[in-house]
Design a protein around this ligand. Structure first.
Ligand code: UDP
Ligand code: MG
Length: 329
């Protein structure tokens, strides 16, 4: 059911880091899709494509400039150096939301199947502020990537990091959702976990993720691993709590140990020094763990505070405010 009858201006955002091999194909494919959507009157005819060049050292920027001459609906944004995928996406969103009513972010290598863009727009029209592109299977992944991803989502959800499983950064966001996202002031950007934090009505669209069309992956194993660890530690202080629980467990074992060694000593079963050694090793170990993790919990609190996340987000305002706020935008 449609709840929105206006024709939104869509901004398609592509982060690109050394994508000269694939960019021309991607741009022409996206252009065709954009034109079809304009013809169907689903998006406005001033919708655009924005490519964020994330400090490429190949001809990516030259290609963008060349295509820009031919197509006035293409916007190029060049970052001063390589800031990484997530920052490039944020840069693209904060720039394009100055013009667009809705944005869709997708990889430059056509792995995020652009054929579902229409479905995403329809879900927006049905009243959603965020539409997640979710992989219906991981067939195109290697066994290793499939299993590391699964473990990652399991650990994250165990640690209380809320994410949409099998969703990367292929998503539609409306103006309100993007503005809310941009209000999160954190420096550790992990969009997958940040986007659900802003709230609003959301939905999913399923798709088969294809193979990279050309060029090579910019996420080697090492980068992927540090991305995962960064993601978890930026969103959860649960690891510190686990350490605390471990400390309590060790102290409990130490208490049993104390009773046991005293008993052994009483019946004369021990060598000299054994009891005192055992007790001190376990007890001190446990106390140490607890002490460190208490300090850790406080550091964790400071860590969350320092980010200064807004405590709430106003979804609607009425009356004169609306006109005023629009003008400020
Ligand atoms: N990317 C970027 N900056 C980087 C690394 C990657 O903008 O530092 C872009 C890249 O050009 C692509 C997207 O992020 O559009 C996803 O990267 P890639 O396809 O290499 O990742 P994979 O799909 O292999 O996980
Ligand atoms: Mg890719």
């Amino acid at each position: 059911m449609l709840t929105r009858f206006t024709t939104p201006r869509l901004g398609l955002i592509l982060p690109a880091y050394n994508e000269q091999e694939v960019l021309p194909t991607t741009l022409s494919k996206l252009n065709t899709i954009k034109e079809t959507l304009i013809q169907k009157n689903l998006i406005s005819d001033d919708s655009f494509i924005m490519v964020v060049d994330d400090g490429s050292v190949d001809n990516t920027w030259e290609i963008i400039q060349e295509k820009e001459q031919l197509n006035s609906d293409l916007i190029g944004v060049k970052l001063s150096r390589n800031f990484g995928h997530q920052s490039a996406l944020l840069a693209g969103m904060s720039e394009s939301i100055k013009l667009a009513d809705i944005v869709i972010t997708l990889d430059a290598d056509l792995q995020d199947n652009p054929d579902i863009i229409q479905k995403m727009v329809l879900k927006y029209k049905a009243g959603n502020e965020i539409v997640y592109g979710v992989r219906s299977s991981r067939k195109t992944d290697t066994w290793f990537k499939r299993n590391t991803a699964l473990t990652f989502y399991k650990i994250s959800s165990f640690l209380g990091v809320e994410m949409v499983p099998d969703h990367a950064d292929f998503r539609l966001m409306s103006r309100v959702a993007v503005l809310a996202l941009l209000r999160l002031p954190e420096r550790n950007v992990f969009l997958r976990a940040m986007v659900p934090l802003v709230g609003f009505q959301s939905d999913k669209v399923f798709y088969e993720r294809g193979e990279r069309q050309a060029g090579t992956s910019k996420y080697p194993l090492k980068k992927m691993l540090s991305f995962a660890i960064d993601g978890i530690t930026s969103f959860s202080v649960q690891p510190i709590r686990l350490l605390f629980n471990l400390g309590i467990l060790v102290i409990s074992i130490a208490s049993i140990e104390i009773v046991y060694t005293i008993f052994e000593k009483m019946i004369g079963n021990t060598e000299a020094g054994w009891s005192s050694l055992m007790i001190s090793i376990w007890l001190l170990g446990g106390i140490n763990l607890v002490a460190i993790s208490i300090v850790g919990i406080y550091i964790g609190k400071i860590f969350t505070e320092v980010k200064q996340r807004p405590l709430f987000q106003i979804e609607t305002e009425t009356g004169l405010f609306v006109e005023k706020l629009r003008k400020v935008d």
